[in-house]
Design a protein around this ligand. Structure first.
Ligand code: SF4
Length: 319
């Protein structure tokens, strides 16, 4: 494997100030996902979930997009902004959903379902987006499926748990690609029930990537942004949060008077933290801006084919 040797960072550097300086120098915007480390969230110009980040990527007039998230998110920004440089602090920041749905296997899978419309969750590669008719996020998946004529068969990929949730909400049957998120499938129903007993006044709020056995205990199910908003509008004082633990930083910042309890994974591990998201660090963020690498690039034919289903999503999403 090629190892890029970079000069070490001077330990006396104030990375927060340096990142601000580089932002001005490069005319850069930092887009960060809610699942990033708190330090990264604190230097970001915009923090959001996949839908919000896509909208920001489409709207920005910055010359450089620094994407503090995982690879498919930075790729989406590149699809929307071909002339801008898109930097990702660590190119190895993948995603189990995207990585386990390679485009060649997906194309073969689709051959068994002619006449189906293909709706893909944004957590997939540009090559899989290029094979899809419409992209969706967890925030708009139900609304998008509800806009498809009732007699039109649908393939939904790559997250089978989100697919099952959409099927339950929309009353539509769909063919599902069998992918899962390694973080959201890890939550334990048994431990969640025990936690509810210890905190009887807490509401359970969960992301639809969780297994159905966990979701049935949720008082509210929604995208990361929806969970954050719900925590603000609910009159409850405590919440058991069943999604990646990074969102707790924004929840606690926005509502310091409320209690947010991370839901426990099955094993005694930090499996409720996405290992891909955590590959990005403040140091790597600084280095990618200083050195303007690693950069996400795409061949133009794939980019153009992937752009159409993303544009359909943006047009079909409730505002
Ligand atoms: S939390 Fe799950 S879906 Fe999100 S990037 Fe990590 S592996 Fe992918």
């Amino acid at each position: 494997m090629l190892t890029i040797q970079r000069p070490a960072i001077d330990p006396r550097l104030d990375l927060f100030a340096e990142i601000e300086r580089l932002k001005r120098e490069l005319n850069a915007v930092i887009l960060a996902h809610y699942y990033q480390d708190p330090d990264i969230q604190d230097v970001a110009d915009y923090i959001g979930d996949s839908l919000g980040l896509s909208r920001q990527a489409a709207a920005t007039d910055a010359r450089v997009i620094v994407f503090a998230g995982v690879h498919f998110m930075a790729e989406t920004a590149k699809i929307l902004n071909p002339t801008k440089q898109v930097l990702l602090p660590d190119l190895a920041a993948g995603c189990s959903l995207s990585d386990n749905c390679p485009s060649d296997r997906f194309a073969e899978f689709l051959r068994a379902y002619p006449g189906h419309i293909v709706i893909s969750y944004i957590n997939c590669s540009a090559a899989v987006k290029a094979l899809s008719d419409i992209i969706c996020t967890s925030a708009n998946a139900v609304a998008i499926v509800n806009q498809i004529p009732k007699d039109q068969p649908i393939v939904f990929a790559p997250d089978r748990n989100l697919g099952r949730y959409v099927m339950a909400q929309s009353g539509r049957e769909m063919v599902l690609w069998p992918g899962t998120c390694i973080v959201h499938e890890t939550f334990s129903e048994r431990k969640l029930i025990a936690l509810k007993v210890r905190h009887p006044d807490a509401e359970v709020i969960a992301h639809p990537e969780c297994e159905p056995a966990v979701l049935r205990h949720a008082d509210f199910v929604g995208s990361t942004t929806a969970l954050l908003k719900y925590a603000g509008t609910s009159d409850r004082r405590a919440f058991i949060v069943v999604t990646e633990a990074g969102i707790l930083h924004q929840m606690q910042k926005a509502h310091p008077d409320k209690l947010f309890i991370p839901a426990p994974p099955e094993a005694d591990c930090a499996c409720n933290e996405c290992p891909f998201m955590r590959l990005n660090t403040l140091e790597k963020l600084y280095l990618c801006m200083r050195d303007r690498t690693p950069e996400v690039t795409l061949d133009e034919a794939t980019r153009l084919r992937a752009l159409t289903p993303i544009e359909r999503m943006l047009a079909m999403s409730p505002k």
